[in-house]
Every structure is written in structure tokens, then in C-alpha cells.
Design a protein around this ligand. Structure first.
Ligand code: SOE
Length: 381
């Protein structure tokens, strides 16, 4: 019996809960997953950290990531984007596997440093693009890879939220360019650009050019618990157009001001023989139009034979957002335990995105920002 993997996690709020929940589910639903010990939770506020460590099932906690990253088998970096690079690179240099939340970094140069560290490391390094692990998205990829849509002509991706449409909604690190890098573009657009690469990249080739614009609707916000305000130095929304190597075209947008949309990540693909569309607001459904269909049909992706479903409930007992974190953690930790990664190919690709995937997305984010600044279409090939 292999020793359990000792895990340290930096960050204990939203993503900390999503990943801790996933780790707790694995032994129950994925019995062949590597055994994991939630060893240490890392953060800055000792009181909050102590409470979170208890709640999230960690043995201990630390306010000093440098003393942690070399003493564990796996390091999760769930912190704000500006602290993705240094702790992750230190962990990789110590031979510790790393799972980093998206986007890879807050700047392209930091993402490049992380990508290079992963290349040089003898440890698995992956990025947590969780929407690759929705069963309906896996089902969609199988249809596209099987040629059911034919030649791909269009990809249409949007990620719409409305949590900032109230101008009194409080300031947070996500609104500070020095910490987040960008706003809706990097926080939400990164997901859509990765999902596009995952779904159609094998058939369209890479995105070759992008043109885009960013918009900030509200440029200062109240700081919770004070009567101060702070400037918003990132975008509240972006739109972009892309062209692919095979000639396909893409349209992308994300917003935190899309009134009425709460967490609506949606992708549509149109091909010469058919189309499909998906939204995380209806996570168990895939809309598909095949060559013989007169209109879109809704496929319920909840059958035992559908991706990941046999691990959960009988057909029709639907899954949610949190299950995508269980699936991605299962695949990532299996890569760590088997010493494989998406690139090494020692086992069927887990499709867990690598730091190279994270860097490719960061290149697209940077190109869209450059296009916004220059008004030019940017060549990213
Ligand atoms: C933003 O509100 C956010 O939490 C993203 O950071 C996550 O990646 C996304 O899955 C949900 O929305």
C-alpha cells in the first residue's frame, strides 16, 4: 500500500472549500484514487486559518508557505493570481507536485516563469480549469473528436456573471490589476479560452489572431467595513474575436455586469455537419444537432456509461458544479501517483491541463489586452 500523498493548500476561502470538498469526496466515490492526507492549510490570518483548517479537515496550518512547500508531496496554490508564481515555482524546485488555480499568473512573464519551472521539474504541474471535467463537456469532446460536427467553422464562448452590476458591491483583490492582472478577462475568459482549446483545438489547430476590447463600467468601489473607496483597475467585461489555423472563427465575451446571469459559462460549436451547445447553468445537459436532426436535441448526460457518472448515482440523478472539482482532483492526483502528466503519456491522457496549457491561455489574455490598447488585431501564432 503506497503512503498517502501529503497535501498542503494555500488559500481557504471559495476555492479552498471547493478543493477540500473534492479531496473529502474522493475516497467515497473514486476508491482507486490515491490516498491523500490534508496535512497543512496555508494563509495569512492565523485566527481565520485555524478555524478553516478545522472545518476543511486539515491536520494543521501555517502562515509561512516557504516552510511548507518542500515538506509535502502536493502543493495546491489557490491564492490570488499575483502569488501563483513564487510558491508554485519553489514547490516545483523542491520536487513537489503543484495544482494551481486559474489563470496561471497575473502577467504573461510570471506565467512563462511557471511554465519553464514545470518543464525543468521532476514533478507534475497542472492548472485547475475545472470545466474540462463536466461530464457533458467530455461527451461534447467525444462527439467533436468523432467528427460528428464535421469541419468546425464557429466557436462562440461566453462567461456571464452579474455580481458587480451593483456599483456599491465591495472592492476585492479581483479588481486590482496589481494582484489579479485583469478582471473578467482573466478570471472568466481564461476558462472559456481553455475550454475552446480543449474542445476544438485538435480539429481547428491553434487560435492564430485575436482582436478584443476591455471595458470598466464602475471605476471605484467601497471597501467593506470602512468608509473608503478604492479604484477598480481591471476590466468589468471583455469581448474578443479570434481566427483559428483551420479558418474557423471565434467570438468570446465575459462580464460581471450581465444582469440576470449568475455563473453562466456557455460554449457553442458550429460545424459543417452539426452543432452543439452547453451551459454550466444546465450542467447535465448537452444540446446537439446531428446531420439527420431537424432541430437541436437535449441529451441528458447522466447515464452510467457517460464520463465519470458510474462513480456517482443512477441515471438521471444530476450532478452539480462541485463535482467538476472532484473529477479534476481525481485525474490530477492519479497523474501525481503514477508519475505521469498530460505530456508524459504514460497512461491515457487525463486531459488535466498542464502549465503549458495555462501559459497558452495567458498568451491569449495578453494578446487581447494588447489589442484593446492598440486597436490592432494581434497575431498569436
Ligand atoms: C469568479 O467569481 C469565479 O469564482 C471564478 O474565479 C471561478 O474560476 C469560476 O469557476 C466561478 O466564478
Amino acid at each position: 500500500m503506497d503512503e498517502p500523498l501529503s497535501v498542503g493548500v494555500l488559500g481557504y476561502r471559495f476555492m479552498g472549500k471547493a478543493h477540500a470538498n473534492a479531496l473529502a469526496r474522493l475516497p467515497m466515490f473514486f476508491p482507486d484514487a490515491p490516498e491523500v492526507e490534508r496535512r497543512v492549510l496555508v494563509g495569512r490570518d492565523e485566527a481565520a486559518l485555524s478555524d478553516a483548517a478545522d472545518r476543511l479537515g486539515f491536520e494543521g496550518y501555517s502562515t509561512d508557505w516557504e516552510s511548507v512547500v518542500g515538506d509535502i508531496d502536493v502543493f495546491y496554490n489557490l491564492g490570488p493570481n499575483a502569488i501563483h508564481a513564487d510558491p508554485s515555482i519553489a514547490a516545483l524546485e523542491a520536487g513537489t507536485a503543484v495544482f494551481c488555480e486559474k489563470p496561471l499568473a497575473h502577467t504573461l512573464s510570471e506565467a512563462e516563469r511557471m511554465r519553464d519551472a514545470a518543464r525543468d521539474a521532476d514533478a507534475t504541474a497542472s492548472i485547475a480549469f475545472n470545466y474540462r471535467f463536466v461530464p457533458a463537456v467530455r461527451y461534447a469532446k467525444r462527439l467533436i473528436d468523432a467528427g460528428e460536427l464535421g469541419e468546425i467553422h464557429h466557436v462562440r464562448g461566453s462567461y456571464l456573471q452579474d455580481f458587480l452590476v451593483d456599483s456599491e458591491a465591495p472592492w476585492s483583490w479581483r479588481l486590482d490589476a496589481d494582484v489579479a492582472g485583469s478582471g473578467a478577462l482573466g478570471d472568466l475568459g481564461a476558462h472559456t479560452l481553455d475550454l475552446t482549446r480543449f474542445l476544438v483545438g485538435d480539429r481547428t489547430g491553434n487560435i492564430e489572431t485575436v482582436r478584443g476590447q476591455l471595458r470598466t463600467f464602475v471605476d471605484e468601489r467601497p471597501v467593506s467595513g470602512t468608509n473608503e473607496t478604492r479604484p477598480v483597475t481591471v476590466d468589468d467585461a471583455y469581448t474578443a474575436q479570434a481566427t483559428f489555423e483551420n479558418g474557423a472563427v471565434g467570438t468570446f465575451e465575459a462580464s460581471r455586469f450581465a444582469t440576470g446571469h449568475k455563473n453562466d459559462h456557455a460554449v457553442e460549436v458550429n460545424g459543417s455537419k452539426g452543432s452543439l451547445r452547453f451551459s454550466i447553468e444546465r450542467p447535465n445537459e448537452l444540446e446537439f444537432l446531428g446531420p439527420d436532426d431537424s432541430g437541436f436535441q437535449t441529451i441528458m448526460v447522466t447515464a452510467d456509461e457517460d464520463p465519470y457518472l458510474e462513480q456517482w448515482w443512477p441515471d438521471g440523478h444530476v450532478l452539480g458544479w462541485e463535482h467538476t472539482f472532484v473529477h479534476e482532483n481525481y485525474e490530477f492526483l492519479s497523474d501525481v501517483a503514477h508519475g505521469t502528466s498530460a505530456e508524459s503519456g504514460d497512461r491515457p491522457s487525463s486531459d488535466v491541463p498542464s502549465f503549458e496549457d495555462g501559459y497558452r491561455v495567458q498568451q491569449l489574455l495578453a494578446a487581447i489586452e494588447t489589442s484593446d490598447e492598440t486597436g490592432e488585431r494581434i497575431d498569436v501564432s
